[in-house]
Design a protein around this ligand. Structure first.
Ligand code: DQA
Length: 146
């Protein structure tokens, strides 16, 4: 079984109550439940949400997970610190976005995170997370027995 850390960045605690036309109706708890279901017996998942950049950096530095699924939210576009933490950690990681960041305002088109992750999935709503966890388990060589 592979260990996966799921990191949700700022304001994602408001999912289901925030810009539902952009981010969907589901809460973070509902999304987490479906990520867990998707991983099944292949993955042991820890969920973490923070609105604070330094806390996210600490979490990445300290994790003992085999891989990271991260929606850095607004920090995607600003955070050299999260970029550096992921680069230093150097384990398989997937950047997730519910919305298609390239189809939105110009300031969202640039990701400082993309160059230091294994890959990015953007624009599929909740399915971005489900596709991402699947990809991460495959990269890590995990298998489901259920
Ligand atoms: C987001 C896209 C970001 O631009 C935005 O700041 C978010 C959510 C997404 O999942 O689509 O908070 O990461």
């Amino acid at each position: 079984m592979v260990k996966i850390l799921v990191v949700h960045g700022p304001n994602l605690d408001l999912l289901g109550k925030r810009e539902n036309d952009v981010y969907g109706n589901e809460t973070i708890d509902a999304i987490n439940r479906d990520i867990k279901k998707e991983a099944g017996s292949a993955g042991e998942i820890e969920f973490y949400q923070s609105n604070h950049e330094g806390d996210i950096v600490d979490k990445i530095n300290q994790t003992r997970a085999d891989g990271i699924l991260i929606n850095p939210a607004a920090y995607t576009h600003t955070s050299v610190a999260i970029h550096d933490a992921l680069r230093a950690k150097n384990i398989p990681s997937v950047e997730i976005h519910l919305s298609n960041i390239y189809a939105r305002e110009e300031f969202r088109h640039k990701s400082l995170i993309a160059p230091v992750v294994t890959g990015q999935i953007s624009g599929f709503g909740k399915d971005s997370y489900l596709l991402g966890v699947r990809a991460l388990i495959t990269i890590l060589g995990g298998t489901r027995n259920d």
